[in-house]
Design a binder for this molecule. Structure first.
Ligand SMILES: *Cc1c(COP(=O)(O)O)cnc(C)c1O
Length: 364
C-alpha cells in the first residue's frame, strides 16, 4: 500500500515510558515506581483543579465551548494581549502541528537548534519540508543568523529553555536575533518551561507581548503540561498577531480539547500559589542534583527547568544506565537518540530524589 511519501523517513516519536510498562515488564509495584522521564510536576495538579474535575465530571457528555472564551480571556488578561491573539491546542504540541500545516509545504525549509525538542522535526517531515540544524547543543544564535540568511527558512524554532538540555536563550540575545530575521520567516518561541525562568533567571523571562508587538512574525507557545501539572489534560496555547492566529484556525479541528481539559486549565490559572510552591521546591531540589553531580564527577548543563541533563563520562553508556534504573522502578530519559551520551532526569519530590541518588550511586 502507498502512503504519503513524506512519512517514509519519519521515526515514530518515543515518549517517556509510562508507569504501567514498568509494572508489566519488570514486576515492580506501582507504589515503588518513580517517574522522572516526562517533566511532569511531581506534586501533581492543584487540589483546586482536582476538585473542579471531580465536581464537573458529569459534564463529559457535553462538547466543550468551542470558542474557549473563558480560557482565552484568562490568558489574555495574564499576558496583556487580546483574546483574538490566542489559539488553544491539545497541548502546545498540537499548536506546533497547526503551525507546520499552515506554513509549510514540500519546498519549505525550517531552521532549528542541533539538539532540541523532537517534535519540531517530526511535524516538519510530515509536510515534506527540509530541516536545517545548527551544530550546537545549546542555542547558538550567531549560527542561526548565518543559516537563516543562507536558507531563508519558513519557520525558525527557538526553544527557551531548551528541551532536552535545560539551558536558556538570554532575552537580549533573542531580541537582537529577531531584529535580523526576514519578516516572512515565522519564529516560534517555545516557552514550555518559561514559568521556571521567572524564578531561576528573571532577566531572561519572556512574555508573549515582549515578542509579538515589535516582531509580528513571532508566535509564543505555552503549556499547562509542565509547571501547572496538567500533562494528562492536554492543554497548550499559542500567542501571536491576529493574522497568524487566523491562519492557524483554518487547520484546527473543532472541539480540539475536552470539556474537562478546558475547565482544568481555567481553574489552574486561579491557583498560582500552587505553581510557585512547586517551582520553589524544584530549584532547591535542583541544587541537590548539582551537588550530587559534583560529588560523583558528572558534568551537567545548568538548567532553568524542572529537569537536569547529566553528561556521562567515557566508560558509561546512557542506555545501559537508563535500563538499569528502569528495572528497579526509576524511569528517566536516555538522550542517546539525540546524539548525546547523557540522561535527562525530571526533578522529583525530595524523597523521590533521595531514592534516585541512593540507587544511582550504587549503579555507578
Ligand atoms: C513538553 C513540551 C511541549 C509540549 O507539551 P504539551 O504537553 O504538548 O503541551 C512543547 N515543547 C517542549 C519543549 C516541551 O518540553
Amino acid at each position: 500500500m502507498n502512503f504519503n511519501r513524506h512519512l517514509e523517513n519519519i521515526e515514530v516519536y518515543e515518549a517517556g515510558k509510562p508507569i504501567e510498562l514498568v509494572v508489566r515488564e519488570f514486576g515492580v509495584a506501582p507504589e515503588n515506581i518513580i517517574k522522572m522521564a516526562s517533566n511532569e510536576n511531581p506534586f501533581g495538579m492543584s487540589p483546586r483543579v482536582a476538585e473542579a474535575i471531580a465536581k464537573n465530571s458529569y459534564k463529559g457528555y457535553l462538547y466543550p465551548d468551542d470558542s474557549m472564551y473563558e480560557l482565552k480571556d484568562a490568558l489574555a488578561k495574564k499576558y496583556s494581549v487580546d483574546s483574538s491573539e490566542i489559539i488553544i491546542g491539545a497541548g502546545s504540541d498540537q499548536v506546533l502541528e497547526f503551525i507546520s500545516r499552515a506554513k509549510l509545504n514540500s519546498s519549505s525549509k525550517v531552521l532549528m537548534n542541533g539538539v532540541t525538542f523532537a517534535m519540531y522535526s517530526i511535524y516538519t517531515e510530515q509536510m515534506g519540508a527540509e530541516i536545517v540544524k545548527t551544530d550546537s547543543v545549546e542555542h547558538d544564535l550567531k549560527q542561526f543568523q548565518t543559516l537563516a540568511e543562507e536558507h531563508n527558512p519558513d519557520i525558525i524554532f527557538l526553544c527557551t529553555p531548551n528541551n532536552p538540555t535545560g539551558d536558556i536563550i538570554e532575552k537580549d540575545n533573542l531580541l537582537n536575533f529577531l531584529e535580523t530575521v526576514d519578516k516572512n520567516s515565522l519564529v516560534v518561541v517555545d516557552g514550555a518551561y518559561m514559568e521556571y525562568v521567572k524564578y531561576s533567571s528573571p532577566d531572561s523571562y519572556i512574555e508573549p507581548k515582549d515578542l509579538i508587538e515589535k516582531y509580528p512574525n513571532t508566535i509564543y507557545l505555552g503549556t499547562f503540561s509542565k509547571a501547572f501539572g496538567l500533562g494528562g489534560m492536554r492543554v497548550g496555547y499559542g500567542v501571536a498577531k491576529k493574522e497568524i492566529i487566523e491562519n492557524l484556525y483554518k487547520v484546527r479541528p473543532p472541539f480540539n480539547i475536552t470539556t474537562l481539559s478546558l475547565l482544568s486549565a481555567i481553574e489552574a490559572l486561579k491557583d498560582m500559589e500552587f505553581v510557585e510552591n512547586s517551582i520553589e521546591s524544584n530549584f532547591s531540589e535542583m541544587r541537590r542534583f548539582e551537588e550530587f553531580a559534583d560529588e560523583n564527577g558528572l558534568d551537567y548543563i545548568k538548567s532553568s527547568t524542572n529537569f537536569i541533563t547529566l553528561l556521562l563520562p567515557d566508560g558509561y553508556n546512557s542506555s545501559n544506565l537508563s535500563d538499569k534504573l528502569l528495572r528497579v522502578g526509576i524511569i528517566i530519559r536516555d538522550l542517546k537518540g539525540y546524539g548525546l551520551n547523557a540522561i535527562r532526569i525530571t526533578i522529583g519530590k525530595p524523597e523521590e530524589n533521595s531514592r534516585f541518588f541512593e540507587v544511582f550511586k550504587k549503579i555507578l
